[in-house]
Ligand binder design. Structure first.
Ligand code: ADP
Length: 488
């Protein structure tokens, strides 16, 4: 059974054994041990000691950056194996997991470069008798809790800035994808990260995750996952008066205006919803198309969707892989059945795929539903699967009201040749990221996060390191005269 990584030691956890399952055929990738609450206690105590150790606490940015540069190099060196492992863990096609691995490497490298160039400020003089400056201190032990859909990318997005800032991190990966997190721990260890600064503790969210976030020595919760779990963690953080970074769910609108380049838009909309089988918080799940191009657009969209290659994720030509597991597939299917019950019309898909080798896995046909309005449950709730709901619109003002009529506010797509309109719409949409004539593209230097119930805080960008630090102001007296106040 695979060991967990507790304060620099590879050893069996004291929680129940767990298994990583390959979604393509249900085979067991590996058995691994999970943490007990005693393991959590031990890891957090060790983490607390490690971040306070002067060798880390007083380390220079360049020294911490060196570890991250090395991590980036090791991720790239092991990219093929890491992508293969990620595919086994969550069933994403190899082409996608390769992209996630490379993104993890660039996150580590970019964060290292930011760390080396992050200068603190010396404020303007307010007096001749003293000066002030502002420095940033680490927070202490940070909890990083991650989901199964893009683990290596989301994990490095948390580990790199948190460690760069001088903290220690306890990583609790999703139950389904613990193997990749353990491999990451191996690379951080090989890169020379001092013992104790990182522990990877697989286990159930309600047990291991909960024990971590409740611990008094944990000073920040950095979470990516579902909105209901995020809300629960925000309650815990409020109670404990610690900070959070919450990357949560979405129900992102994609908008095709009358003047859009339809060829470009068809491909972008398909990629936006069906890549990763729709298991992405940013999936473009609500499609608004101007009524003047609706029929033409939908015809092309359905034809192209039907031509997508759904198949084994280890096959290089596969575009759409399986869903993570049976339970999730049933939940996706239940949404589709509900859409039908509410009067929705299935234009393509709408069922599990069981032909040939697909029968062994949890495959769902890319699905497009029409005939509903934005209040239907499939337009309001996050399905996290390959299900697109199409809605025609006439009037752009009404479109904006509908697009913003969601508890979520993660992302949006706009397809138009008119950049003036695109800009106005982009500013008016209540979302954290807008893609214009493209979709689901990422830059590490561009902050990412949600409006409304899609989250709190931003990840990525130059300032991500500072989100794992707290500011301290220091006043330095320059006068050699005793303070006159005491002189009566
Ligand atoms: P998803 O729907 O993507 O699985 P979840 O929010 O259920 O999203 O899970 C994301 C991560 O949060 C996982 O690592 C999971 O184990 C963890 N988690 C779930 N519940 C809790 C909890 N109560 N406390 C801490 N972590 C949790």
């Amino acid at each position: 059974m695979k060991a967990l990584f507790l304060a620099g030691q590879w050893r069996q956890g004291r929680g129940p054994a767990a298994r990583s399952i390959f979604p393509a055929d249900g085979s067991v990738n590996a058995e691994f041990s999970t943490a007990s609450t005693d393991d959590v206690e031990e890891a957090i105590q060790a983490a607390h000691q490690a971040w306070q150790d002067p060798s880390w606490r007083n380390s220079l940015p360049v020294e911490r950056a060196r570890v991250l540069y090395k991590v980036a190099e090791l991720i790239e060196k092991n990219a093929t194996e890491l992508a293969a492992l990620q595919t086994r863990d969550n069933g994403k096609p190899l082409a996608e997991t390769r992209g996630l691995v490379m993104s993890a490497a660039s996150t580590a490298r970019y964060t290292a470069a930011c760390l080396e160039t992050l200068d603190t400020e010396l404020t303007n003089a307010r007096s001749r008798e003293w000066l002030t400056m502002s420095v940033h201190e680490p927070l202490g032990v940070v909890a990083a809790i991650t989901p199964w859909n893009s683990p290596i990318a989301s994990e490095v997005q948390k580990l790199a800035p948190a460690l760069a800032a001088g903290n220690a991190v306890i990583l609790k990966p999703a139950e389904a994808t613990s193997l990749i997190a353990l491999e990451l721990a191996r690379l951080f260890e090989e890169a020379g990260l001092p013992r104790g600064l990182l522990s990877v503790l697989p286990g159930k969210g309600s047990v291991v995750g909960n024990a971590i976030v409740q611990h008094p020595l944990v000073k920040k919760i950095s979470f990516t996952g579902g909105t209901s779990t995020g809300r629960q963690l925000a309650h815990t953080a409020a109670e404990r008066l610690i900070g959070t970074s919450l990357e949560l769910g979405g129900k992102s609108p994609t908008i095709v205006l009358a003047d859009a380049d339809l060829d470009l838009a068809v491909n972008g909309v398909i990629y936006g919803i069906f890549s990763s089988s729709g298991q992405a918080c940013i999936a473009g799940a609500r499609l608004f198309v101007h009524s003047s191009v609706y029929d033409d657009f939908m015809q092309r969209l359905v034809a192209k969707t039907q031509a997508l290659r759904v198949g084994h994720p280890e096959d290089a030509s596969t575009q759409v892989g399986p869903l993570i597991d049976e339970k999730h597939l049933n939940s996706v299917d239940a949404y589709v059945r509900q859409a039908e019950a509410e009067g929705g019309q299935i234009l393509t898909g709408g069922h599990r795929l069981t032909e040939g080798e697909l029968a062994q896995g949890t495959y769902y046909a890319p699905t497009i539903i029409a005939g509903l309005n934005n209040h239907a449950s499939v337009c309001q709730e996050e399905i996290f699967g390959p299900v697109l709901v199409a809605l025609p619109f006439e009037d752009e003002h009404d479109l904006l009201l509908q697009a913003n009529d969601s508890v979520y506010g993660l992302a949006a797509g706009i397809w138009t040749e008119n950049y003036r309109k695109a800009w106005q719409l982009a500013r008016a949409l209540d979302v954290g990221t807008v893609w214009i004539n493209t979709y689901k593209k990422f830059s590490i230097s561009t902050p990412f996060g949600g409006f409304k119930e899609s989250g709190v805080g931003r990840e990525k960008g130059r300032l991500s390191i500072l989100s794992y630090m707290q500011q301290k102001s220091i006043y330095m007296g320059l006068s050699s005269q005793p303070d006159p106040w005491c002189e009566g």
